[in-house]
Design a protein around this ligand. Sequence first.
Ligand code: ATP
Ligand code: MG
Ligand code: FE
Length: 345
Amino acid sequence: PLVLGIETSCDETGVGIVRGTDLLANTIASSMEEHARYGGVVPEVAARAHLEALGPAIRQALDEASVSLADLDAVAVTSGPGLAGALMVGVGAAKALSISLGVPLYGVNHLVGHVGADLLDDRAPLETPTVALLVSGGHTSLLLVRDLVSDVELLGETIDDAAGEAFDKVARLLGLPYPGGPEIDRAAIGGDPDSIRFPRGLTKPKDLERHRYDFSFSGLKTAVARWVERAEAAGDEVPLADVAASFREAVVDVLVGKAIAACVDLGVPRLLLGGGVVANARLRQVAEQRADAAGISLRIPPFSLCTDNGAMIAALGAKLIMAGHEASGLGFGADSTLPVTDIRV
Ligand code: ATP
Ligand code: MG
Ligand code: FE
């Protein structure tokens, strides 16, 4: 089926078009720059930006795919989780398209969409069961995907900051601009990742009892702040490269450690990575090394499919159709806390 997917859960306005598992178009407009001066995504600003960007993005995606609206078999849209006002823009537009074209509408889960992105990677089809680690500015979630359209389980998630958010906050306290991920990466060049032993959240035996697959990054952020304050108070020059490299190492160590542990515990020899933090070269490197050592096959979709995009939403919609699932109807809303077990609404 030819499916148009709309994604507006955060600061990317994404419109994708797929035919089955073939990617035809993936248009993305980001309002990231508008949020830069606030040091993070401002919900109201994001919603207004979607309203302006969505129409042109739909036009552009249709052009890119060389199809017309009349060719579409269905529309898919992110109904949650995400920023409520931002989601509403996409859901409203998707309903209008569905009504006017007379095609079914699928409201789908953003997090499951990130896993669905792998369907479009033409190196090999998505294999299940798989563990998926989704790391971005808004979420840090570890999923067990037994079947993409019928059986997804949340193993764990962050109990405070998301991994990307930790990069953004630590960059800010080091005086670096937003978004922090690429800045920390740059600052870490030449730094020694073992020079400062920053805390690894929720990895003590006692924490593991209740939070085996959960994450926590706020203690790490505080530890970096304290370390820098102490160095400054002592009149020492802050070794930026060492601090950045050591901080990044602490984040990567916990992310990869818990993801691999889940694979081993559950006997699932596959790990999929997704989300904007996947841009981090050190994360990919450590994941490759440890997956290799544990006999786990690692999948990382192309970066344009790792960050928020409409193609992954279209892909999940197409997969639901091919699996014979019913459409969502027109009565659903935007659910900012939609649980991952609700693959579609
Ligand atoms: P959502 O959480 O809804 O998926 P988002 O917009 O917050 O949306 P993305 O756009 O997928 O998330 O990713 C942005 C985040 O990724 C930012 O927090 C940014 O700092 C982080 N990031 C980008 N590049 C890197 C990098 N090289 N290393 C670490 N983090 C990075
Ligand atoms: Mg984003
Ligand atoms: Fe996302």
